[in-house]
Design a binder for this molecule. Sequence first.
Ligand SMILES: Cc1cc2nc3c(=O)[nH]c(=O)nc-3n(C[C@H](O)[C@H](O)[C@H](O)COP(=O)(O)O)c2cc1C
Length: 188
Amino acid sequence: MIQSGKCKVLVIMGSVRAKRHCPTLAAWIAKIGQAETDLTFELVDLTAWSLPMDDEPDIPATGLYLHPHTRKWGEKIAQADAFVFVSPQYNWGYPAVLKNAIDHCYHEWRGKPLLIVTYGGHGGGKCAAQLKQVAEGLKMRLVSIMPGLTLTREMIDGAPITPDMDFKEQRPQIQQGCSELAEMVSTS
Ligand SMILES: Cc1cc2nc3c(=O)[nH]c(=O)nc-3n(C[C@H](O)[C@H](O)[C@H](O)COP(=O)(O)O)c2cc1C
């Protein structure tokens, strides 16, 4: 086990859809991370954060936040040591709610380690590539692998997911991703 102290990792869920799979997958990833490292993994559900679409008058890079919700979100991100984005692929991209949450701050992300985990009918590779580009723009430090979880037709249509069973083969990749994240935190 990698010793990284009690550093905090926010596992940010990319979906706010009513019948979403995201909480199940994010909780599974957080559980693996918790077992694999000594980092503290905390789930972040964007439905609990009222972040109206691009509602700040100044650009986030100035750090001038008018609204209390932006200041609160900025503090939440600033206090974290690393992140996991758990995101579905929507129309070859990632959900707007995730981009809006990312774009509500700027310096708070900079230099921090990030693991990207995506899912979709083909693992969400196109979504992962887009998130990678955005993270590079923010000068985040990316884990070398971006695990992708392939959903079956039934899962996409709403069948429940049991990650321990359904994504057993992907578990080593998630473990590797979390371990790398912990290594990056320990060298921050
Ligand atoms: C608006 C929308 C667009 C989608 N586009 C894609 C896509 O481009 N590729 C894909 O593999 N799956 C796509 N899907 C299927 C999603 O991967 C699947 O519904 C997944 O469960 C969505 O994550 P969520 O349940 O956490 O919201 C799309 C689903 C939605 C709701």
